[in-house]
Design a protein around this ligand. Sequence first.
Ligand SMILES: NC(=O)c1ccc[n+]([C@@H]2O[C@H](COP(=O)([O-])OP(=O)(O)OC[C@H]3O[C@@H](n4cnc5c(N)ncnc54)[C@H](OP(=O)(O)O)[C@@H]3O)[C@@H](O)[C@H]2O)c1
Length: 256
Amino acid sequence: MPHQDGAGTIDEVGEGVDAGRVGQRVWVWLAAYRRLTGTAQELALVPAELAEPLPDDVSFKVGADLGVPFLTAHRALTVVEGGPTRLVPGVLAGRSVLVAGGAGAVGNAAIQLARWAGAQVITTVSGAEKGELARAGGAHHVVDYRRQDVATEVRRIVPEGVSTVVEVSPTQNAAIDAPVLAPHATVAIYANNGGDEASLPIRPLMTVNARIQYVLLYTMPEVANRCRCRCERRTACRCHPRRRGRRPAAAPLPAG
Ligand SMILES: NC(=O)c1ccc[n+]([C@@H]2O[C@H](COP(=O)([O-])OP(=O)(O)OC[C@H]3O[C@@H](n4cnc5c(N)ncnc54)[C@H](OP(=O)(O)O)[C@@H]3O)[C@@H](O)[C@H]2O)c1
């Protein structure tokens, strides 16, 4: 996500941070959350915990793509009843995942992570070009939600139903999701694309003991902890907009 995510090399470290990290390649995430500036500039200042080591054989471009989309997708795939809380290869073997909108940033990240973790991945898209993006991300099955009956197609592919739906548009898809859920499945809702309210078919959801789980990266406890301003206890803190008593000005972009 622009301004939140990025990648680069550590130039300097602050007090209390391992000086050995200078020169380290890193990817950073949520750089602009609760701070005045982010990554849309040459130099970014972030808490050390938000700068993750980036292996030498992974490009800065890949590193800059990780942040918000992949962390959101990881969360959506790990809030499932009885499922793993951390994705590694093989942990989703035997499970099926339906990703709504597999050509989107978060949707495509969910496809890649689910596939990497061993799940069977079905996704929906709105056309052929987006279908190619979803396939490139690793989707086993792509359904065109504008032209096909998604629930029928998903049931045909996975008669037993899916264990997880990664949902971008609950307003538009609630009636599609309910009939494709396996027992104890989770619908992980991370966005409100297409509308702010959804009508849930209660009986079908209740019958399979479904879970409707909301996902917002910024307020996940572990994220909130890492993003906390390190100078909160200092009276002169100017990091947090609310402490400044006014909205922050936009961070300047580098010239040229
Ligand atoms: N909860 C969080 O922590 C979190 C984190 C990041 C982003 N978000 C939110 O998530 C949303 C998506 O972000 P993004 O960066 O992935 O955006 P994006 O790259 O624009 O992707 C959005 C995708 O949603 C798809 N879509 C929309 N309506 C759909 C429907 N009815 N069925 C299936 N797919 C549908 C679109 O596909 P088509 O164009 O083919 O319709 C598009 O591929 C945004 O609202 C963003 O604010 C939330």
